[in-house]
Design a protein around this ligand. Structure first.
Ligand code: C2O
Length: 551
């Protein structure tokens, strides 16, 4: 086991995309940011120095952070922000995970420009459960705004309306040739014929689930959220913000006399303003080393484009999602909790807040847009929840009365309630150590049908069931998969449907759970779990590092 040291200097950098130059917050002047590479079992130490005016935190999305909650990163949840001129060292060990994850800024909308890949290789001398690929390539999807994203979200929150959509989606920071003034900003993957490439796909976009496909090629899904899955073939995949998917791409056996586009564009079930444009990159084959008289120069080769599914192709999205299974089987089952100590039923969805007097609001019926879990729109405190919990100073910071069930009875199939108002609060669920939790999340589809990619910090969970319509607590649990359900950290709760997950609360600390569509997080679709210490010394959260930022 070794320690990997990184230094993240947070600094401004002028970046040009779509013929638009703006100064953005970056890590080490790079966009996307640097890659973190480690092996399972390694310790990772990242020294973050903030040279910009913005407050900053970094989250290691999907890293379990076993008893290292102080390094998790969400602002006002596990730490106060790193202010201008300050330094904070994130220090954590990667336990029981291998594959691809991502890191990103976790305060306001800073993750629009600071994000990067986390590549976790298997332990030394341990191989993949599939043939060793010839090459490994991270492919990170993102979004680009010509405007300043902090301004975009603060304007939206002030007026109560929705924020402007991005001007482009990106692959490794590049919008690609399908946008105006962007041809030179195209990601190009050069490949050799007859080889297998491991593509590490990461959706770091702020607000969109994405379909992805490569013209004239199929691939094999082998891993999701840093957990191996039973391999399956597909020509199109869906990836929600916060999810990672590893695929094997086998290139054509001979030089194909063509180049191919890979492209991504949103999956979006609702109505409203959205961007249905596509980001694209190029898959380019190395020409034969001995060209013949018939070899066409690369720039004259025909270019094939993939057909991406219609924007609202829910059946494709659902069928794809259901194919994920953990690599486990009957003989060696996944570590799914077979019994449940506590059951929770959460509604997740949009709603609204009253418009303050003397203001006009651009949300539904003149209200302000909000979003909630069990009708509670979460307000971040002005100090960090984890500090308050650890030092026994929760008074005035948070309350432990987060409801196990919705406050307002909810029926998806009926008429939506005409009262969409939410209540605001900083409420958490408190769990004792090692509680086995079952959580059903039901999408309310009030104010715009949209899936919600829910992300849980500090844990992987098993997706034991999903469906459309109202969850039926009598019939649906009988159909749960307790043998080989997929294990992940982010799951799409389908529009007008539900998802059931199970996890073991074996990680003491405070763990954020939220919709990974950044606009929904800003509107309040978030909450936190407090997991108490266990009795044994190795079941307790150690005290905070001395450089933990103060609020
Ligand atoms: Cu990737 Cu709390 O987020």
């Amino acid at each position: 086991r070794i320690t990997r040291h990184y230094k993240f200097d947070i600094k401004l950098k002028n970046v040009t995309r779509l013929c638009h130059t703006k100064s953005i917050v970056t890590v080490n002047g790079r966009f996307p940011g640097p890659r973190i590479i480690a092996r399972e079992g390694d310790r990772v130490v990242v020294k973050v120095v903030n040279h910009v005016q913005n407050n900053v935190t970094i989250h290691w999305h999907g890293v379990r952070q076993l008893r290292s909650g102080w390094a998790d990163g969400p602002a006002y949840v596990t730490q106060c922000p790193i202010q201008t001129g300050q330094t904070y060292v994130y220090n954590f060990t990667i336990v029981g995970q291998r594959g691809t994850l991502l890191w990103h800024g976790h305060i306001s909308w800073l993750r629009s420009t600071i994000y990067g890949a986390i590549v976790i290789l298997p332990k030394r001398n341990i191989s993949y459960p599939f043939a060793q690929p010839y090459k490994e390539v991270p492919i990170i999807f993102g979004e680009w705004w010509n405007a300043d994203t902090e301004a975009v979200i603060s304007q939206a929150l002030q007026t109560g309306g929705g924020p402007n959509v991005s001007d482009a989606y990106t692959i490794n920071g590049l919008p690609g040739p399908l946008y105006n003034c962007s041809a030179k900003d195209t990601f190009k993957l050069k490949v050799k014929p007859g080889k297998t490439y491991l593509l590490r796909l990461i959706n770091a976009a702020l607000n969109d689930e994405l379909f992805f496909s490569i013209a004239n090629h199929t691939f094999t899904v082998v891993e999701a959220d840093a957990v191996y899955v039973k391999p399956f073939h597909t020509d199109t995949l869906l990836i929600t913000p916060g999810q990672t998917t590893n695929i094997l791409l086998k290139t054509k056996p001979h030089f194909p006399n063509a180049t191919f586009l890979m492209a991504a564009r949103p999956y979006f079930t609702g109505l409203g303003t959205f961007d249905n444009s596509s980001t694209a990159g190029i898959l380019e084959y190395e020409p034969p080393s001995v060209p013949s008289s018939s070899t066409i120069p690369i720039k004259n080769l025909p270019l094939f484009k993939p057909t991406l599914p219609p924007l609202n192709d829910t059946s494709l999205a659902t069928n794809f999602t259901k194919r994920f299974r953990s690599l486990a089987n009957i003989q060696s089952p996944a570590n799914v909790p077979q019994t449940v100590d506590k059951r929770f039923f959460f509604t997740v969805g949009l709603g609204s807040n009253p418009c303050p007097q003397n203001q006009t609001c651009q949300g539904p019926n003149g209200t302000k847009f909000a979003a909630s879990v069990n009708n509670i729109s979460f307000i971040l405190p002005t100090t960090a929840l984890l500090q308050a919990h650890f030092f026994g100073q929760s008074n005035g910071v948070y309350t432990t009365d987060f409801p196990n069930n919705p406050l307002i009875p909810f029926n998806y199939t009926g008429t939506p309630p005409n009262n969409t108002l939410v209540s605001n609060g900083t409420k958490v669920v408190q769990l004792s150590f090692n509680t086995s939790v079952e959580l059903v999340m039901q999408d309310t589809s009030i104010l715009g049908a949209e899936s919600h990619p829910l992300h849980l910090h500090g844990f992987n969970f098993f997706v034991v069931g999903q469906g459309f319509g109202n969850f039926d607590s009598k019939k649906d649990p009988a159909k749960f998969n307790l043998v080989d359900p997929v294990e992940r950290n982010t799951v799409g709760v389908p529009s007008g449907g539900w998802v059931a997950i199970r996890f073991l609360a074996d990680n003491p600390g405070v763990w954020f759970m939220h919709c990974h569509l950044e606009v929904h997080t800003s509107w309040g679709l978030k909450m936190a779990w407090v997991v108490r210490d266990g009795k044994l010394p190795n079941q307790k959260l150690p005290p905070p590092p001395s450089d933990l930022p103060k609020c």
